[in-house]
Design a binder for this molecule. Sequence first.
Ligand code: FPP
Length: 252
Amino acid sequence: MPMKGKLESSILPEKLPAHIAIIMDGNGRWANVKNLDRISGHREGMKSVRSVVRAARNIGVRYVTLYAFSAQNWQRPKLEVDALMGLLKHYLSTESDTLIENGIRLNAIGRLRELPEDVHAALDDTMEKTRHCRDMTLTLALSYGGREEILDAVKRMVSDGASSPENISTANFSSYLYTANLPEPDLLIRTSGEMRISNFMLWQLAYTEIYVTKTLWPDFRKGHLVKAILNYQKRERRFGLTGEQVKIREVI
Ligand code: FPP
């Protein structure tokens, strides 16, 4: 077991976010500042992925979801799209053993059929190999859009014949989303300072605590994750109730 730093030891296990979702932003800017090409930024961003996934698992977080490639990212220059797909395939082929050793199950959400065949196959392969892992679930959002997810859910509901109004509830609708088997995120982290959701988990983020840091994704490592969790632990989550009601519920 790795040694815990001072900050990490102040994390309260009973208030740990079960599910952390991350918008990994700023790879391009990181590269730009260093006079490198954007792809170098994504390559360095992948190191952050490795570091943050391992740290989250060691801290005891049960679910991590990473916004790795949006439905809109296909419109980037072909060179960059190809590089991102290449990095993803590389990650999948080199990371399976580490995921298994750390008890991490790989999952994916998004319009996965739109991925290149070899990437899709590598994804299926790693998901299959890690199916038995129970310590943490790592979900990659790929070719993912929140609006697209909601539309896909509506289409499936209609084609299932479940479309009569009285059958539709929040729980029932949630079961048609790509995230049917995941709890809603407790904490959303967005790097590089932008204050927006960018079509990410629009339904699921309804009551999620949002943490935005100016740190660019390639610079975001374990210490930054610990800080985000500590910040989350100071929040009062109300879910639409008053502060008083929340306190009474905590006592019960
Ligand atoms: C946003 O930065 C980042 C992405 C669009 C891709 C994220 C991909 C990685 C971190 C590497 C591969 C990931 C995995 C899971 C293997 P940006 O390019 O929008 O940065 P900018 O806003 O500064 O231009």
